[in-house]
Design a protein around this ligand. Structure first.
Ligand code: C5P
Length: 236
């Protein structure tokens, strides 16, 4: 198969079937725009399994997305889209870059979910941008930006109770969207502990990539715990 793209955590291949791509999750962990990286055996499986479960849940709940089906422990088949160069972040509780930027203590609740846009550009370090910047950069039209925001908030409304029922608080997360040839917007990329902050509802234990970013313990144990709580398959 032709390798189309290799990112920090995934490889994307073109398949024989028109418009369908194979995504293969790697065992690499990276943070701080690639400055910190390591190999973690089993991480690719965990993120693939978790992302498949979440995208299936979202599809069931009416959010169209790129997932076609899981292919193997580390691979999934997805619909090809042109990725919109924006990272759409939704925040329920102050954490991470928002805590740092605004000087608000991590863990502070946010009354209404906040949506932020970051411009996907490694050389610029994915800067936080406003809706006016999005239009200026031609990253999306104002109508598309409004749709991204609406879809991101819908995903949040579905995922908050989904995780809460499993004793997990959804602190924040990042989404990416793509365009189909007909111009419709489809949720794409991945949703996993690499792209969400997930805290144990009782203990506040970090069950996400902050374990790796902040050296808080075993990433594998944290991600295994999330997969288990989502009812995912045990490793064979
Ligand atoms: O770092 P920050 O606090 O802005 O991250 C907000 C959320 O977006 C976190 O859940 C983080 O894991 C996710 N994120 C991501 N990819 C990035 C930046 C942030 O998945 N490049």
């Amino acid at each position: 198969m032709e390798l189309l793209y290799e990112g920090k955590a995934k490889r994307i291949y073109r398949t024989e079937r028109q418009g369908k791509l194979l995504v293969s999750y790697k065992d690499a962990a990276t943070a701080f725009n690639g400055e910190k990286k390591t190999e973690i055996t089993g991480k690719g499986r965990l993120n693939n399994e978790i992302s498949v479960l979440i995208f299936e849940k979202l599809k069931e709940a009416g959010i169209a997305n790129h997932l076609i089906r899981k292919v193997s422990e580390t691979e999934q088949l997805v619909e090809e889209v042109t990725i919109i160069p924006l990272e759409v972040v939704v925040r329920n509780i102050v954490a991470g870059s928002m805590a740092k930027r605004l000087g608000i203590q991590e863990g502070t609740p946010i009354p209404e979910p906040i949506v932020e846009f970051y411009y996907k550009d490694d050389a610029l370090g994915d800067p936080l941008i406003t809706e006016s910047h999005i239009a200026l950069l031609n990253a999306a039209t104002p109508e598309q930006t409004a749709e991204l925001k609406e879809k991101a908030l819908k995903v949040n409304q579905i995922l908050i109770p989904y995780f809460a029922q499993r004793n997990v608080r959804l602190i924040d997360f990042k989404l990416e969207f793509g365009l189909r040839k007909d111009g419709t917007i489809l949720l794409a990329d991945e949703i996993s502990p690499d792209t969400c902050r997930l805290w144990d509802a009782e203990t506040g234990e970090r069950l996400d990539k902050d374990v790796f970013r902040r050296d808080l313990g075993s990433l594998t144990n944290a991600y295994e715990e999330i997969l288990k709580r989502l009812g995912g398959p045990a490793h064979v």
